[in-house]
Design a protein around this ligand. Sequence first.
Ligand code: UD1
Length: 426
Amino acid sequence: MDRHLWIIRGGDRLEGEVRVPGAKNAVLPALAAALLTPERCVLRQVPDITDVRIMVEILETLGARVEVAGDVHGLALAVEARDLPHHRVPPDKMERVRSSSFLLGPLLARVGRATLFSPGGCDLGPRPIDLHVKGLRAMGARIDTEDGGVQAQVDRLHGAQIHLDYPSVGATENLMLAGVLAEGTTVIINAAREPEIVDLGILLDRMGAHVRGAGTSTIRIEGVARLAGTEHTVIPDRIVTGTLVLAAVMTRGDLRLRGVIPDHVRSLLMNLGGEGVHIEAGEDWIRVRARGRLAPVRLRTLPYPGFPTDLQAPLVAALTLADGSSRVRETIFTRRFAHVEPLIRMGASIEVKGDELFVAGVRALRGTTVEARDLRAGAALVLAGLAAEGETVIRGGEQIDRGYAALDRLLQSLGAKVSVKARESA
Ligand code: UD1
């Protein structure tokens, strides 16, 4: 269903307890990893989101069999890539899940060929993959990036020492996925250290790989000849966790999150202060109780363990109601500010200066009709809608379903007045 329109009647406190689903950014590379073996891989606690559904379609187009079953904690996906007769990722799907670029590594490792295509002839959408390509070339792949697509070929990948100019999450994952079946040792220097990289390392080791150092800036991989099937439960989604924490703060709620890893959202929790904002965390839970306004912050987005770019928009939504003026600098993606204009339309006071946002806290936001132009901007607008006076209508709500599993139902269970409609009935 095309869940286009979100209607939120703001002003209710979020109260209650929820379990956070598995991480989108851990599941997507895990699905790519499942292509590395002819045996069956089962992934659990998979969030039912559009990006996962499209990635599953991509695996099927490549020739893998995927069984999807549901359980209370999310989906269980069983992937069996007995052989991979196709190596071309269809352009329409590639465009919809941009991070599907990390299929390059597994396809090269498993079948020695990969074709990824970008419609419109630009550099694979707004996200360059030069670091991925450079690393795979160092491992012996012949890669042609003419016409906005990528054609790659290799007899067998060999290990290499690769220094990433930037700790790219996707490039690190792609090179890990390539390295596990390469001949010899691969060393990734200046690797990304995100928790999703650690999770991928654990999964690959369970499949029989030798990955050391995932989660540090040097990852060392001893290639093996083959990998086996396994079962793996993906880590909880730290961005969903952070979004819900901010929702509780904004609505002056009382929320308990279960099944989380508080350490993964430390950079957010550390920045949430203010009179009446109480946050407690245990081994696998977080409780947020908010009675007053959030204190303003000054921070910038950074690679992990710094403040995540994916929480920048939700944080800015919360800061629009803070008790003072905040400064937030986006250093990971250029002008990731799709949330700013709609938030201003809702009464926020935000000024953009280069890569920095200056947010002056206001007393209240008011509901109006706004457009979600990307996933995290969509989440920011939901938060704003929950706290705003009156009714907020968000168009482009399908963006939210890309990364948040049934967020409307989850929020309803906490007392929010949210409904979602398909485009036809809009
Ligand atoms: C992943 C996450 C995304 C998150 C991002 C940064 C997934 C599926 N997505 O995206 O949610 O926002 O990490 O934490 O895990 N870059 C290059 N050349 C490259 C690769 C990246 O210049 O070859 C640049 C990008 O343009 C960007 C920065 O490096 O400015 C970070 O990108 P990267 O860490 O690769 O993000 P993704 O893996 O695409």
